[in-house]
Write a protein that binds this ligand. Structure first.
Ligand SMILES: Nc1ncnc2c1ncn2[C@@H]1O[C@H](COP(=O)(O)OP(=O)(O)OP(=O)(O)O)[C@@H](O)[C@H]1O
Ligand SMILES: [Mg+2]
Length: 368
């Protein structure tokens, strides 16, 4: 997959930019606060359906503007495509693919695919379980449109259940029936999320193990495990019917405790990925350097799995990563991405020669 072009109007501090990209290594350079990350943010919206910096769309409309337009042109194995998005302070956003308006996010995500790597990802291993679930959710959303739909459905049902648990009348008879109905609706949806995540983690296991072994010259091991709240038996987690039954039991057996706690205690929203580093939980025991190496392994694996499933490598968007990694890790990471399209931002790269395309940004614009 190759990003060919990005057009940006009134998005953050970028008032009007038309940027062409090439195959290979693209550098977006410029001093601090010139709009480099804003360009990556705009491009990534087409991969994820939303920004990686905010959930509030109004925040990225330029301060003095009422609306913002972004568009990309990219080429996949079949054809050239155009996608665009229009954001307005007072209206709902509008998304388009090849001129046709798209209403469902599940139809928007999965067309243009990208792996994003920002300095925040470097602490993924030790940060919260929700960040690691988000890693899975974003990766899976781009390769399986069904996943976006089931996740949305589950989150709506979960919000309904949590609202009911907070309700003063939660112990009344009619509410009991509502809890039963919700459990029956939620169990199959939760089961498909769990099975898809478990299958993804099994793929991840193979790649992460291999990358980590290469990075440590075979002296250390990393084994990725999906941690589910329903069982720790891996084979069961791959059986949707059994997982559904386990969820149904969890959703009904613990209801009084949940009413007391006023929240749902079980479900995919409680799951996590654990990486066993030399046999011990990396979440608890890894060093800063090991954490960085594992984050690199995860990001490389994310791209490989996307290529295994879709048949082509995604575009790699790297926000200021080289400034955060030591030269050995940086060299390893970049060496693994040869022949792929990379868009990298940086304010301190001195040698431009190794880049196939250099874009310089100043005051939210591109200097040709
Ligand atoms: N909605 C907005 N309207 C106008 N300007 C904005 C808006 N949101 C953010 N900005 C400004 O845009 C500028 C560019 O931000 P951006 O993160 O793209 O910079 P950058 O070039 O990546 O810098 P750095 O090298 O520090 O990471 C910042 O000064 C920020 O305050
Ligand atoms: Mg930046």
């Amino acid at each position: 997959m190759e990003l060919l072009y990005c057009g940006i109007k009134n998005f953050r501090n970028v008032s009007d930019a038309k940027i062409n990209f090439t195959k290979g290594l693209n550098l977006i350079r410029g001093n601090n606060a010139q709009g480099k990350t804003s360009v990556l943010e705009a491009v990534y919206i087409f991969a994820r359906g939303r920004s990686f910096r905010t959930n509030k769309e109004a925040e990225f409309i330029a301060f003095e503007s009422e609306n913002s337009d972004i568009e990309i042109e990219y080429e996949d194995s079949r054809r050239k495509n155009k996608m665009s998005a229009h954001y307005d302070k007072t209206e709902k956003r509008k998304l388009y693919k090849n001129g046709i308006q798209i209403n469902r996010t599940s139809e928007f995500i999965g067309n243009f695919r990208a792996v994003l790597f920002t300095p925040d990802h470097l602490s993924l291993i030790k940060s919260s379980a929700s960040d690691r679930r988000l890693f899975l959710d974003i990766a899976l959303s781009q390769i399986d449109p069904k996943y976006v739909a089931v996740l949305k459905k589950y989150n709506l049902l979960l919000a309904e259940r949590n609202a009911l648990l907070k309700d003063r009348r939660a112990e009344e008879k009619e509410t009991e029936i509502l809890f039963e109905t919700l459990a029956e609706q939620m169990a199959p949806v939760a089961a498909s999320i769990t099975v898809l995540r478990k299958e993804y983690c099994d793929r991840l296991k193979k790649y992460v193990e291999d990358y980590f072994e290469q990075m440590t010259a075979g002296s250390e091991t990393a084994v990725t495990e999906y941690e589910s709240c329903v069982t720790d038996e891996g084979d069961v987690l791959l059986n949707e019917k059994l997982v559904k039954e386990l969820y149904l039991k969890k959703f009904t057996d613990n209801i009084f405790r949940e009413i007391n706690m006023k929240t749902s205690l079980y479900g995919p929203q409680k799951d996590d990925i654990d990486i066993l580093l030399n046999g011990y939980s990396s979440r608890k025991y890894c060093s800063q350097g090991q954490q960085r190496s594992l984050a690199i392994a995860l990001k490389l694996s994310e791209g490989d799995i996307s290529a295994d499933i879709t048949g082509e490598y995604p575009v790699y968007l790297l926000d200021d990563i080289s400034g955060e990694l030591d030269s050995k890790r940086n060299a390893f990471f970049m060496s693994q991405l040869k022949e792929r399209q990379i868009i990298i931002t940086s304010c301190n790269i001195k040698n431009n020669k190794k880049f196939d395309n250099v874009i310089t940004m100043k005051n939210g614009g591109v200097i040709q």
